[in-house]
Design a binder for this molecule. Structure first.
Ligand code: ADP
Length: 459
């Protein structure tokens, strides 16, 4: 409705301008043309009187007669004292009197005067000039014109403009009312959809009519809601997956502690075994919560400020620990590394990437197998590759391997202590620093993971 009101105000202003400006311009054009016509008529009369040393009724009448008809409504000639010596009006009622028209008085004091007014449907123009003899004012000529013809033309223009304005005004008013009702309806529909989504109905979409700006806002709103819905679904899945993952070790802890409590005469050996299982489950819980916290931090987009990180010492640190784990399991873990590898990030991130990938290689390779890590600089990239000769990853699972909580073999992975979070954390960390990660299977069996970071030059 507000649109309608503002349109109407703008149109009203335009119409007022249309009804005043052209009239004002034409009126002043008429004034100017009258001025030049009347002043030249008066000066013609003045020049027909020039040469007379004194003015009296006879010589003025004779001179005026000689000058002929000049087409004015009335002409008066006065002497220096202001007495009228000549009057063209039929009644000649001014003759012999002292008539003090302002214009005449001004002319007698030496001025050329012109005035014109437009009133009551007529232009009334008055012009007067002094008559001089040897630089002495001996009288003045005054002319008056009453013109209805031009005034009628002006009135015609005025009433035409008025008619056009009224018609345009009504048309615009109707159109703007229609338009604003239409806009109000569209915006109203959009607002309803926005409110419903705000209240939590994420499946609600705005209906879109036409292709105007409001339709575009509707489309933008719908794609925003799409994203919102996806984020909401992902959030719910995350929460339910996370609680599920936390529930499993908690249930195990409860089961084990109940068994200890409820078994009569439980021997020391069994108790120790159960308590050590409880410890392992608690450790798993803390690993999962740590990973969940890491993911939440990554999701919130808060990244620690990156700095150049020398990668080799971090890899050596991970290898020192992982080689013990590998040795215990009977997996042959080796590595080759170059030392001019510097990337942008934080030590902790790089540590997590190396740790998770090497840990997986050892975890998913049976005893007697082998795993190898290679770190090298390839042109503008730092490349880190981990390969093993374990069971590899089924081809159909390769595209899903980096998703949260995704595990190829749930039972095996859980037994190995995993919750399906490691690779998703690794991939987030790598991509957020401008790198890439790929998973593949080796031709001879086993998995291979390749990480590429943009390389920085060693300082
Ligand atoms: P998890 O904590 O279960 O190991 P990850 O996200 O690290 O979770 O890995 C996801 C899944 O990818 C694992 O459950 C496993 O099935 C598979 N996977 C990861 N690395 C390897 C590997 N080197 N060899 C075979 N399978 C692997």
């Amino acid at each position: 409705m507000q649109f309608g009101v503002s349109y109407t105000l703008i149109i009203a202003a335009v119409l007022v301008l249309l009804n005043t400006y052209p009239l004002f311009v034409s009126e002043s054009m008429v004034f100017r043309s009258k001025e030049s016509a009347m002043m030249s008529a008066v000066s013609a009369l003045v020049s027909s009187l020039s040469g007379l040393d004194r003015l009296n009724e006879e010589n003025v009448s004779a001179a005026m007669f000689a000058a002929g008809e000049i087409g004015q409504s009335r002409v008066l000639v006065a002497n220096a004292a202001g007495r009228i010596l000549y009057d063209t009006r039929e009644t000649r009622d001014a003759l012999g009197n002292y008539v003090f028209y302002t214009e005449l008085v001004l002319a007698l004091s030496g001025n050329d005067v012109f005035t014109c007014v437009y009133e009551k449907g007529a232009f009334r123009s008055r012009a007067a000039s002094p008559v001089l003899y040897q630089n002495q004012i001996i009288g003045a000529v005054y002319a008056y014109e009453y013109d209805r013809t031009q005034a009628a033309l002006l009135e015609g223009l005025q009433s035409n403009l008025m008619r056009i304005s009224v018609a345009t005004g009504i048309g615009v008013l109707v159109l703007s009312l229609l338009l604003s009702a239409m806009l109000a309806r569209k915006i109203g529909a959009l607002l309803t959809a926005i409110r419903e989504v705000r209240e939590g109905s994420y499946s609600r979409r705005a209906r879109i009519f036409g292709r105007d700006e409001i339709a575009q806002i509707g489309q933008e709103f719908n794609s925003l809601t799409d994203r919102l819905q996806k984020t909401e679904t992902a959030r719910r899945r995350f929460v339910s997956d996370a609680s599920h993952e936390l529930k499993t070790p908690l249930a195990a802890i409860r089961l084990l502690s109940d068994s200890i409590l409820q078994t009569d005469n439980i021997d020391m050996g069994t108790t120790r075994e159960f308590v050590s299982d409880i410890g392992a489950e608690a450790e798993r819980l803390s690993r999962i919560t740590e990973n969940l916290l890491r993911l939440t931090r990554l999701d919130s987009g808060i990244l620690d400020a990156p700095a150049p990180v020398e990668v080799l010492p971090v890899l050596e640190q991970v290898m020192r620990m992982m080689s013990l784990v590998a040795q215990e399991k009977g997996v042959d873990l080796t590595y080759h590394a170059e030392d001019n590898c510097v990337v942008s990030g934080t030590k902790d991130e790089i540590y997590q990437v190396f740790y998770n990938l090497i840990d997986n290689a050892v975890k998913y390779t049976p005893p007697g197998g082998a795993a190898q890590a290679v770190l090298r600089r390839e042109g503008a990239e730092v490349v880190f590759k981990v390969e093993d000769n374990g069971g590899g990853i089924p081809e159909e699972d390769l595209p899903r391997i980096f998703r949260r909580f995704y595990r190829v073999d749930k039972a095996r992975s859980r037994a190995a202590g995993g919750a399906g979070l490691g690779l998703s954390i690794v991939s987030d960390m790598v991509t957020r620093r401008g790198g890439t990660i790929e998973a593949d299977n080796r031709f001879l069996g086993g998995a291979v993971f390749t990480v590429r970071w943009p390389a920085l030059d060693a300082t």
